[in-house]
Design a protein. Sequence first.
Length: 404
Amino acid sequence: MTYFCMFAFRKPFTVGTYEGVSLLGTQIDLKTALVLSQIIGYTLSKFIGIKVNSELGRSHRAFAIVATLTAAEVALILFALTPANWKIVPIFFNGLCLGMIWGLVVAYLEGRGTSEILLAGLSCSYIVATGVVKDCGRWFLSWGVSESWMPALTGVPFLLLLFPVVYGLDKIPEPNPDDVRMRCRRAPMLSADRWRFFTRFSTGMISLILFYFFLTAYRDFRDLYGQEIFTDLGYGETPGIFSMTELPVAFGVMLALALLNTVQNPRAGTVSVFGLLLVGMAIVGSATLLFDTGRIHGVTWMILTGLGGYLAYVPFGSVLFDRIIASTRFVGTAVFAIYVLDALGYTGSIMVQLYKDVFAAESTRLDFFRNYNYFMALLGVVCSLVGCFYFDRKARNKVQTGSR
């Protein structure tokens, strides 16, 4: 629920189309500028989070969550009060407030025998939240609220809900001795620890960074321009279309992650996660081929691209590095690796969206997204295979060293 609330401050503004307005008379649409401004702030926050979230102790997490989300709501109020071309400033600060929340929440949940189940629930929350908060925003628009005020008004009830749910989150106990034995001890990582992690796993990390660089852009493009894609598909005015497509996606991803909890062997668990990445990318490519050949309709295609994309995307921010640390027995925190990839991944999101508006302006967002699916499927399969073989070899070597 904590992370569900966060999405109410991040996503609702994207259901506004801001049609006919460009940024300062340039080729860049105002909506693209707003999306990019928020992502730039969000990305900068991820870079800050590499250090802050890796080093922050438990006693300060709850306050950090409440303070940053309250500041994000203030930024949305300023967004409503600011003229169109200057709205990029408050939405930038809105993104800057939100980027560290994921790491603050994951830090409560990693390193446990039940981490897959806990992280499955967490991941489900934001997949569902993506659709629900957008539909909330559309509801406000249907009642005549302006595109400027809609994001702030959507955030108000979720800000009130935030206080009790963060209190509950902070009551989660620390990992017990069995968790530590099974998943390796988790500890804050200082600069030397972070550098040691990256140099030890450099080849695997580079393959994952390349994959995630474009995967984050893929996920963001489908999410942020979902209104335009559904309009081109003929579903632009369908009530509850976002919840309709995201709920089955959330259920499928949550089930897949929960099943990982049945794989207790650390090495097998790591390989299983990479298997999810491969399956996800296979779904993305095959679903788009079926759509292009007229064998499935648009809603089914959007559900399948969401399922495939999130099957690959969600493990990066949750179970992948938790399993890698467990199998390689590296004492640290998965949050560090998650934030390295997140920072670079959102950089990729910015670059891909700029590329679309500047170099592929003649393509509709639907056509651009269709072609991106094929590219993403091919790249994802290759990078997943490289990462799987690399980290499995590292885990095998660690086991052999330990046995001696």
